[in-house]
Design a protein around this ligand. Sequence first.
Ligand SMILES: Cc1ncc(C[n+]2csc(CCOP(=O)(O)OP(=O)(O)O)c2C)c(N)n1
Length: 250
Amino acid sequence: MAKTFSRPKCLSEQETHYCPGCTHGIIHRLVAEAIDDLQISGRTVGIAPVGCAVLCYNYFTFDFQEAAHGRAPAMATGIKRVRPDLIVFTYQGDGDLASIGMGEIVHAANRGEKFTTVFVNNTVYGMTGGQMAPTTMPNQKTTTSPFGRNVEEVGMPIRVAELLASLATPAYISRQAAISPKYIVRAKKAIRQAFQYQVEKRCFSFVEVISTCPTNWGMTPADALKWAEKTMIPYYPLGDLKTPESVKEE
Ligand SMILES: Cc1ncc(C[n+]2csc(CCOP(=O)(O)OP(=O)(O)O)c2C)c(N)n1
């Protein structure tokens, strides 16, 4: 029988610690496939976040550096500026990137730093027990919004991709989803494209990936996928928000 699928070279054999139904593992795979495909593993450095993906350096075979909570863009800036020959990316959750680290990502994007960010939006702080994040949906129950996110008190969820796409400098801003095969195929293309732009020195490049957290959402993995599609995608529309071509047309 023909083998149609195998483990990307950039993924280690280590089993992940993620909960059943979590999409971090899928997104790791898409990153690994992109790095394999572009043949850049020997010069790639990832910056791990503080969050559920804190141990992601165990799952990739290329180099990784751990950053303080939300500070991955600062570390990526330093590494890339000192070693512009390296391919540098940050991998960050919504608590890490859109809460404590919001200032870091906005300024790195606006400076046009020559690295790539993979932003995993699962609407909660997964690692610490499912607290409300800037991306939590209106009326969504979390451990710190037990009656649902009250938008009168805390405002509407932040659309990070749109916010960064409003800046003049970044080259590539995209939002994708890892919640069903049809979306994953597109997410794979966008993540590869984001790294390709970095290889071509066209940056800042950024891909938000709509994700799930069945454990903290209190749902089965199957229900979490359905909820993400029904509730998140209408508010967080998918597709490229900004490309180097769209910048030229402005
Ligand atoms: C300075 C600092 N503040 C707070 C924390 C606690 N903390 C650890 S992970 C985390 C949030 C992680 O959520 P997210 O970035 O959405 O990633 P996920 O776990 O959902 O993948 C927080 C607040 C910390 N480790 N360091």
